[in-house]
Write a protein that binds this ligand. Structure first.
Ligand code: AMP
Length: 221
């Protein structure tokens, strides 16, 4: 299966993609994680993307597209993959379609995790991320066993710069303007699957798996 995940910041894309990637045995990539690693390493690319990320704005398309293309070229796209945080606008969606076409395959589905704005603000204000492995927690809804320590790798947890309230608001606006139109793009292509993102991580995951089972049976996969 070749999947992309859509949804506002804080919808739970990253969490669900990590779980699904394990269950389905598919490689996954988060463009946000790639950029955060570049910023942390102090690379040229990191310096370039940092200013956009800090402001909650989108990194320029050409930069993102190159990274996704390189990642896909290094993989067997026929066996499947999952993208988290890409595409973020219609141009990126079209570029992905073109790229997949050049590999002789197409996207299986775009999964949209639907979460209302007030819930997003509640979630992001308490979100904690592991500096080392990127695992995500929430102070209230999914706390780590030990204060500010990652359950998985033991490293320190922190609040992402762009999870500050003012930046969250900006990211939400960017999402409404740039990413929301991507839903129509995939709806027209009959590839859009909408999943209710409220409830526990397990509940949302079950809903996604159910939708994917429907796709599998209808496509004879
Ligand atoms: P995320 O971790 O997916 O919330 O991404 C964090 C930040 O990385 C975003 O606010 C953007 O600045 C940047 N970013 C991630 N993916 C993309 C993309 N597909 N296009 C443009 N910018 C992106």
């Amino acid at each position: 299966m070749r999947l992309v995940f859509l949804g506002p910041p804080g919808a739970g894309k990253g969490t669900q993609v990590k779980i699904l990637s394990r269950i389905l045995g598919l490689p996954s990539m988060s463009t946000g994680d790639v950029f955060r690693a570049e910023v942390a390493s102090g690379s040229e690319l990191g310096r370039l993307v940092q200013s956009y990320m800090e402001r909650g704005e989108l990194v320029p398309d050409d930069v993102v597209i190159k990274i996704v293309e390189k990642w896909l070229r290094e993989r067997d796209v026929k066996s499947g993959f999952i993208l988290d945080g890409y595409p973020r606008n219609v141009r990126q969606a079209k570029e992905l379609d073109e790229l997949l076409k050049s590999f002789g395959v197409e996207l299986t589905a775009a999964i949209y995790i639907d979460v209302p704005e007030d819930e997003i603000v509640r979630r992001l204000s308490g979100r904690l991320t592991c500096k080392k492995c990127g695992a995500v927690y929430h102070i209230e809804f999914n706390p780590p066993k030990e204060d500010l320590k990652c359950d998985l790798c033991g490293n320190e947890l922190y609040q992402r710069e762009d999870d500050r309230e003012d930046v969250v608001r900006r990211r939400f606006r960017v999402y409404m303007e740039s990413t929301r139109p991507v839903l129509d793009y995939y709806r027209r292509a009959r590839k859009l699957l909408i999943v209710n993102g409220l409830g526990s991580i397990e509940e949302v995951n079950e809903r996604i798996l159910n939708k994917l089972r429907d796709v599998k049976s209808s496509e004879g996969l």
